[in-house]
Design a protein around this ligand. Structure first.
Ligand code: LLP
Length: 417
């Protein structure tokens, strides 16, 4: 069932009318659907079937505790990139034994926090990081479980800012240097090699980059086998794209079946596999609702000036990203093309361009597919309090983060005597 759909001429999230939510909670407002989150996770689980796979939700996509709690309840692990994210997992009741710790710049304090919590694996991205992790773990009388994140040098065909598996990217250890790095790892006192990892990029809409990267990974696994280095698991990262506009996407089942076909053909069918999906679990489970403040027409453009801005949803201006725009209560009137823009003092403050809609001042709009990399990337630029977040469950709605107040924004600031 579609989780955001029209009924009697107005947009609903599950069984809750968006208009009612905004009356109660104001705008801009992030609205999530619990059923949509669950359905996205279930799509992975049913594709996985009985195979030995751990899904570690790439929680940077949306780390609200209520969202994490849903994934934890369904048995998901978590892909984290900071001590802060680790604290959130623990606060939401997630299992640290199902946590993979990614990121190029883990501090010693973050390594200690991960070791104390007992994370399943550190995905290590460089030799200096490996050496430091060994020292930290050794001091604690432990051996840190480690995968080396390798950089397979494949082009994921996505926006350059979210491509991560190319040689020129800062991520991972070049795959042709990986065997040497694994030998180093295997000899370090504070390290226990458990796996191998990559993440090649985000919003990937084709199968081939995933398969090219896997082929390279399996070649490496063969070399490691010859070097007597055993891999308990293969972490194949996240990156599966979702539909924002008209792009065709790869269903999770297609990806998983294709990957396993090769894993099995190459004799690694007995290994545990880890996935780190973020966007494909949360992206289409949320919308950002905003109200039209003013309609301004000029000689060349029509601007719908709304109360959400780039501080609430930065993806359009940062990546030239497309988010669908739905009128919450569509009007049966003449339409025009509008640029949907915010009140921030920058020309980059736009949310959508050239959208044909019938609009009047005061109307509500919904920006689609805002469940991932929406609220988590929000800022307080222009001293704008961040939006409230609400999660709908059937006919109930729960505020999972109230709207910030202006007082909160500078309560901890102070002036010189
Ligand atoms: N694992 C690692 C190591 C990652 O770096 C990421 C995302 C993921 C998993 C999850 O990837 P996903 O399944 O969500 O594609 N802010 C950008 C996306 C940045 C993604 C960064 N890494 C955006 O709004 O498009």
């Amino acid at each position: 069932a579609p989780h955001f759909a029209y009924r009697n001429g107005t947009l609903y999230a599950e069984d809750v009318a968006i208009t009612g939510l905004v009356e109660q909670l104001g705008s801009p407002l992030y609205v999530y659907s619990r059923a949509a989150l669950r359905a996205a996770y279930e799509a992975y689980r049913s594709a996985i079937g009985t195979r030995n796979v751990l899904v570690c939700y790439g929680m940077k996509a949306n780390s609200n505790l209520a969202v994490l709690k849903e994934f934890a309840r369904m048995g998901s692990g978590f892909d984290i990139v900071s001590a802060g994210e680790l604290r959130r997992v623990l606060a939401a009741g997630g299992d640290p034994a199902k946590v993979v710790f990614s990121g190029v710049g883990k501090t010693a304090a973050e390594m200690r926090a991960g070791l104390e919590a007992g994370v399943m694996c550190f995905n290590v991205e460089s030799l200096p990081e490996l050496l430091r992790l060994s020292e930290v773990a050794h001091e604690m009388g432990q051996r840190a479980p480690v995968s080396l994140r390798v950089n397979p040098d494949v082009d994921p065909g996505t926006h350059p800012y979210i491509s991560t598996g190319l040689k020129e990217n800062k991520f991972g250890i070049a795959i042709d240097q990986a065997v040497a790095a694994y030998r180093t790892a295997a000899a370090l006192p504070g390290i226990r090699v458990v796996g191998v990892d990559y993440h090649i990029g985000s919003q990937i809409t084709e199968l081939s980059p995933f398969l090219d990267a896997l082929d390279k990974l399996l070649d490496l696994a063969d070399e490691l086998k010859a070097a007597n280095i055993h891999l308990e698991h293969l972490d194949l990262g996240g990156g599966l794209g979702i539909r924002y506009d008209k792009e065709t996407t790869v269903p999770a089942a297609t990806l998983i079946d294709a990957l396993f076909e090769r894993i099995e053909a190459r004799g690694y069918g007995d290994r545990k596999v880890v996935f780190e999906p973020g966007r494909s679990l949360a992206g289409n489970a949320g919308i950002l609702v905003t109200r039209v403040e003013y309609l301004k027409t000029t000689e060349v453009k029509n601007f719908a000036i709304v109360d959400a801005a780039m501080n609430d949803l930065i993806r359009p201006t940062l990546y030239d990203a497309y988010h669908g725009v739905l009128p919450v209560s569509p009007r049966d009137e003449a339409s025009r093309k509008w640029d949907v823009v915010g009140p921030i003092c920058e020309s980059g403050d736009w949310l959508a361009r050239d959208r044909r809609i019938a609009l009047r001042e005061g109307d509500l709009l919904a920006l689609e597919s805002a469940g991932a990399y929406g609220m988590v990337m929000a800022s307080n630029y222009n001293t704008r309090p961040r939006a409230a977040e609400v999660m709908v469950d059937g006919d109930k709605a729960y505020v999972i983060r109230p709207r910030e107040t202006v007082d909160e924004l500078f309560a901890s600031e102070s002036v010189l005597p």
